[in-house]
Design a protein around this ligand. Structure first.
Ligand code: NDP
Length: 336
């Protein structure tokens, strides 16, 4: 078993030395367990949080432990009658080539229903995050303006396209002309490059009626440009703050909190954080039905950025935090 473990806690951007690749003998499955071979590993921004010891909604990865992550795996050996070698399952076995796991922790996938790796992206946790956060908290009405950044990623692209399906206007924000062109191709009403020097002016021009729903994925300069454009009764599902994940200190003053709170009050804003797991019980089944239907009907497009080789996971992960991925970032760990 080859695996990537957390070697040290990063300060700022993770460095190659914060990860260690090691090879250990594969474990042997006991009763009710499976030996899995990883086919695909999902890389997601939340993993930066797990590398830090700061208190969060989930425990950190301990030093020397395997980096966590969602995976699609093939069953190699089964000590559970419901699974057989060759079955493909959705697991959470992390950054490693093999794992032993209790069978009740995995879900069998039908390889004919959808490309198996799509359960890590458009049909999986990130797609669900966009769906649940937008519909449960953003609750866009027809004709309203919905804005989302990191819009070519798996969360943002779901948000924008579902907003369109619900009759809203979708404005996407992304880094660079290629990503912006892609957003227009897949049906966003407007798309803006957050790296443009006149980004805030372009955003204002793209939102002539203000913003009713801002799905917050990034924070930073994007949030600063969005905030003055929020309409009365706007909703802000706070999903992620990826522009801050490598921050080492709070930004220098002035203290903008009083002005911010004053607008929250005067505009009756709803700013509501969420972790997608909150909605799994109530909404995941409906999500899979809706999302599969929309994909088949050509109403949702999705893009995957598949990188070969577990050894390339640390660099690819850093690239994602900096916007060098284009679509859902997935590591292909072994041939299907
Ligand atoms: P993406 O694949 O979209 O990758 C992150 C993207 O963030 C980058 O590609 C980059 O895109 C963008 N980005 C990075 N820095 C900046 C910046 N300074 N300004 C603007 N954009 C920036 O990731 P996901 O779709 O997987 O995740 C999107 C967000 O959703 C993240 O914040 C993540 O933490 C959050 N999330 C939250 C969950 C929850 O339960 N609350 C669950 C899953 C995800 P670009 O090149 O366009 O700038």
């Amino acid at each position: 078993n080859t695996r990537v473990v957390l070697a040290s806690r990063p300060v700022g951007e993770p460095q190659p030395s914060d990860f260690r690749i090691e090879t250990v003998p594969a474990a042997v499955p006991g009763d009710g367990q499976l030996l899995l071979k990883t086919l695909y590993l999902s890389l997601d921004p939340y993993m930066r949080g797990r590398m830090s010891a700061a208190k969060s909604y989930a425990d950190p990865v301990e030093l020397g432990d395997v980096m966590v992550g969602g995976t699609v795996c093939e069953v190699v050996d089964s000590k559970d009658p419901a699974f057989h070698p060759g079955d493909v399952v959705l697991s959470f076995s992390g950054w490693q080539t093999h794992s032993v796991i209790d069978a009740h922790h995995v879900r069998k996938l039908d390889p004919h229903a959808a490309p198996v790796q799509s359960w890590l992206g458009v049909l999986g946790m990130p797609g669900f995050t966009g769906y649940a956060g937008l519909l449960r908290i953003g609750a866009p009405k027809p004709g309203e303006t919905v804005v989302v950044a990191a819009a070519t990623g798996p969360v943002g692209s779901a948000v924008g396209q579902i907003a369109k399906i619900k009759g809203a206007r979708a404005v996407g924000i992304a880094g660079g002309p290629e990503k912006v062109a892609y957003l227009r191709e897949i049906g966003f009403d407007a798309a803006i490059d957050h790296r443009a020097p006149d980004f805030a002016e372009q955003l204002a021009a793209a939102c002539p009626d203000g913003i009713d729903v801002y799905f917050e994925n990034v924070g930073g300069a994007v949030w600063s440009a969005v905030f003055p454009l929020l309409n009365d009764f706007a909703r802000v599902p706070v999903c992620g703050l990826v522009s801050h994940y490598n921050d080492t200190a709070a930004p220098a003053g002035p203290d903008r909190l009083p002005g911010f709170m004053s607008d929250v009050l005067k505009k009756s804003l709803t700013i509501r954080g969420f972790i997608q797991s909150e909605f799994v019980q109530s909404d995941f089944k409906a999500f899979v039905g809706d999302m599969s239907g929309w994909i088949h009907a050509g109403r949702i497009a999705y893009r995957e950025d598949i990188v070969d080789g577990l050894e390339n996971a640390p660099a690819a992960f850093n690239g994602m935090l900096a916007g060098r991925n284009f679509g859902k970032l997935i590591i292909k760990v072994a041939e299907v």
